[in-house]
Design a protein around this ligand. Structure first.
Ligand SMILES: Nc1ncnc2c1ncn2[C@@H]1O[C@H](COP(=O)(O)OP(=O)(O)OP(=O)(O)O)[C@@H](O)[C@H]1O
Length: 263
C-alpha cells in the first residue's frame, strides 16, 4: 500500500496542498482531479522524490519511502511526468531502457533482459516502429507515449502518472487507459492525475478531488463525480447520465457518462 499521511507538498517552503490522507492499494486505480494550479503535480513530484515532503510522510508497504534506497524506490514506484523537455538526442529505445536503470548492475549498463523489457514496453504502447527514432525528433504525444513506455519498462509495483493522456489522440488515450486498467487488474497500484472526469469514470476504482489546498477523501467514481461536484470544481455546468450498456446479458450495467454543457 502506498500510504500518504498528513502530507503537505509545495515548490517552496509554503505548501500548496496540506494534510493529504490517501491510501493506494495494490490493484487500485485512483484518479486525482482538480483545477489548474491546485497542486496535483506538486503531490506527484513529492511521491517521485523530486520535491521533498513539507510535512507528514509517505509509506510504501509500511516503511517510509524516504528510508529506501534510490534503486529500491525505483523498483517500487515509477513516475510519468507531465511534460519532458528533451535534451539529448537519445533514441526512443534508449529513453525507455533508462527506466530499467535500477535493474542494471551497479557498474554496468543495460543487459539483454533490460532491452527486451524496453522493447516489450514500446510494443505495449504501440511504438515498436519508433524504437530507433530520436526522442528530440518525435511529436509531443509520441514523447508522452515513450515516457509511459519508460515507466512500464521499470516494472514498478506502483505507477504515478501526471496527466499521461493530455497530448494523446483519442485512440492513444483509450489504448493507454486500457493498458493501465489491465496493469491495475494485474495488481499494480495506480495514481493518475487527469483533467478528464470521463477517464476517471471509465477507469478509476476511486477518485480524489484536490482544490483549495486540500485533497478530499477518495470515493467511488459515481459518488465523487456527480454533476454538482464537477460544477463546484470547474465552475461550468455539467450533465452526468447513464447510458444503457452495449454489452449483452441482464448483468451488464449502464455506462455513466459526463460532459460539460457548452451553450
Ligand atoms: N516551480 C514552481 N515554483 C513555485 N511555485 C510553483 C512552481 N510550479 C507550480 N507552482 C505553483 O504551485 C501551485 C500548484 O501547481 P501544480 O503544478 O502542482 O498544480 P496542478 O494541479 O498540477 O496544475 P495543472 O492542472 O495546471 O497541471 C500553483 O499555484 C503554481 O502556480
Amino acid at each position: 500500500m502506498l500510504h500518504l499521511r498528513n502530507l503537505s507538498c509545495g515548490y517552496t517552503r509554503r505548501p500548496v496542498v496540506s494534510d493529504i490522507e490517501l491510501g493506494v492499494r495494490a490493484g487500485e486505480f485512483v484518479c486525482l482531479l482538480g483545477p489548474n494550479g491546485s497542486g496535483k503535480t506538486a503531490l506527484l513530484k513529492t511521491l517521485a522524490g523530486i520535491l521533498p515532503p513539507l510535512a507528514g510522510d509517505i509509506r510504501l508497504d509500511g516503511a517510509p519511502l524516504a528510508h529506501r534506497r534510490a534503486r529500491e524506490r525505483a523498483r517500487l514506484l515509477a513516475y510519468v511526468p507531465q511534460a519532458h523537455a528533451p535534451v539529448f538526442a537519445f533514441s526512443a529505445r534508449d529513453v525507455v531502457v533508462m527506466g530499467r536503470a535500477a535493474q542494471w548492475p551497479v557498474w554496468g549498463g543495460p543487459r539483454s533482459a533490460d532491452w527486451r523489457a524496453a522493447d516489450e514496453a514500446l510494443a505495449l504502447v504501440g511504438l515498436g516502429a519508433f524504437a530507433e527514432r530520436l526522442y528530440t525528433r518525435i511529436s509531443g504525444g509520441e514523447r508522452q507515449m515513450v515516457l509511459i513506455a519508460r515507466a512500464l519498462a521499470q516494472q514498478a509495483r506502483y505507477l504515478v502518472l501526471d496527466e499521461p493522456a493530455s497530448s494523446l489522440d483519442f485512440g492513444n488515450q483509450v489504448r493507454v487507459l486500457q493498458t493501465l486498467r489491465r496493469l491495475a487488474r494485474e495488481g499494480i497500484g495506480i495514481l493518475m492525475a487527469t483533467h478528464h472526469p470521463e477517464h476517471a469514470l471509465r477507469c478509476a476504482t476511486r477518485v480524489a478531488i484536490m482544490r483549495g489546498g486540500r485533497l478530499a477523501p477518495a470515493r467511488a467514481p459515481a459518488e465523487a463525480l456527480t454533476a454538482e461536484a464537477l460544477e463546484e470544481v470547474y465552475h461550468v455546468p455539467f450533465v452526468v447520465s447513464d447510458l444503457p450498456s452495449s454489452g449483452d446479458g441482464a448483468a451488464s450495467s449502464p455506462i455513466r457518462v459526463c460532459a460539460p454543457i457548452i451553450n
